[in-house]
Design a protein around this ligand. Structure first.
Ligand code: COS
Length: 382
């Protein structure tokens, strides 16, 4: 039984579990095994929206669920337990909506949040560029003011749902007196002329949640789509990632728990040398280590989410949680594979191979493990 520190978590967990068993488990394998290029699963996404899992943490006044960050982390954990890409489909919408919720004006919130909260529109957080990954401040995309518009040019890559998004929160440099060298954020309607979106092919895992590349060529964006203040975009992006890192940590916790549960169940059934392998100390130690990792990852994740809910600073704790939980998930899926042997390596027999492929990106996106260590160290040594 996973540890709940707040009674509301139990309800969040139960609702997600019921939905996953009915709607996710029957389709997850098929969504993972489709031919390339992957197609964004619009109907499935809408189903998640109808169940209340898209826009879960958006404020209620904009059509969201209004749930706490702790409840949201619990939802992420549970969705990832059943199917990591399903969790990602929901997480990307929250990631991209956050800058609008936190820094947008009333008009922007009313226009963009309600349809996104229902899963009727797809949002993307459009930050990464070919030369601005970990070095996110090195933005080359630029927006030049012209009358009541900006003219946007640039290229973005590894954008979750970027191949299909209807709305992009795009980070770029506004070439204007005073903000010239600073990053800004603008909201872009992706049906504007001059935009090309492409699906990236042959991803290692997380296949149901598609990843895109976007080109902006002389795209007219109304000046009223500027998010917050010009020149504050990098800060907005970093603040957004603080929260998103707790979501990735929760994905890691869900993956750890699934790897552990699968391993316990397999070890009790698999007979070698005349008895179940669960009787072997080599296996018992793996199970003990996995269980310790998952509990520690969960507590770090909940701690960061509680701090966020309390309105306290949580950047450091979000990095602790993301770093530890994503690496714990790596450890747990690797040990689960070792315990399952050939039955783990070949995906017709178990979910372990898929978990292994889905897990790996949790150590990369929303800031690599190396970036988490950098932020942790710089916050302690400043
Ligand atoms: N919240 C608010 N503001 C923040 C912040 C945070 N968590 N982190 C940094 N800032 C602000 C700083 O206060 C500073 O502001 P001023 O210029 O007003 O002083 C500014 O941002 C620059 O901060 P810093 O000097 O620490 O940034 P660096 O360029 O040295 O390092 C790293 C930034 C490497 C930590 C950052 O680029 C990063 O996190 N990169 C990874 C990006 C990422 O996660 N990409 C994944 C894809 S996104 S889906």
């Amino acid at each position: 039984m996973p540890y709940n520190i707040d009674p509301k978590q139990e309800a969040a967990r139960e609702k997600a579990k019921e939905f996953c068993e009915k709607e996710v488990v029957p389709v997850a394998k098929d969504l993972d095994r489709r031919p390339e290029p992957q197609v964004f699963p619009k109907d499935f996404f809408k189903k998640l929206g109808d169940a209340g899992f898209i826009g879960y943490a958006f404020p209620k006044e904009y059509g969201g669920g209004g749930y706490s960050n702790l409840e949201y982390a619990t939802l992420m954990e549970e969705l990832a337990y059943y199917d990591p890409p399903t969790c990602l489909l929901a997480a990307v919408q929250e990631l991209a909506a956050y800058p609008i919720i936190a820094f947008g004006n009333e008009e922007q919130k009313k226009k963009y949040l309600p349809p996104a909260a229902k899963g009727e529109t797809v949002l993307s957080f459009v930050l990464t560029e070919p030369e601005a990954g970990s070095d996110a401040a090195n933005q080359k995309a630029s927006a030049v003011p012209e009358g009541d518009h900006y003219i946007l040019n640039g290229e973005k890559i590894f954008i979750m749902h970027g191949d299909v998004c209807d709305t992009g929160v795009v980070f770029c440099r506004i070439q204007e007196e005073g903000v010239r060298d600073k990053v800004s954020a603008i909201i872009v309607d992706m049906d504007s002329p001059g935009i090309e979106q492409k699906t990236l092919e042959y991803k290692m895992g997380m296949k149901a949640a598609t990843t895109g590349r976007i080109w902006f060529k002389d795209v007219k964006v109304p000046k009223q789509n500027l998010l917050g203040e010009p020149g504050k975009g990098f800060r907005y992006a970093m603040q957004t990632l603080d929260g998103a890192r707790i979501g990735v940590a929760a994905q890691g916790v869900g993956i750890c728990q699934r790897a552990l549960d699968e391993s316990i169940s397999y070890a009790k059934k698999r007979v070698q040398f005349g008895s179940p392998i669960a009787k072997l100390q080599a296996i018992q130690w793996k199970i003990a280590d996995m269980s310790t990792q998952v509990e520690a990852a969960r507590l770090l994740t909940y701690k960061a989410a509680v701090l966020q809910d309390e309105g306290k600073r949580f950047s450091l704790e979000a990095c602790h949680a993301k770093l530890f939980a994503s690496e714990a998930a790596h450890f747990c899926v690797d040990e689960a594979l070792q315990i399952h042997g050939g039955y783990g390596f070949i995906e017709e027999f178990s979910i372990i191979g898929k978990l292994y492929r889905d897990q790996r990106v949790t150590e990369i996106y929303e800031g690599t493990s190396e970036i988490q260590r950098l932020v942790i160290a710089s916050s302690l040594l400043r």
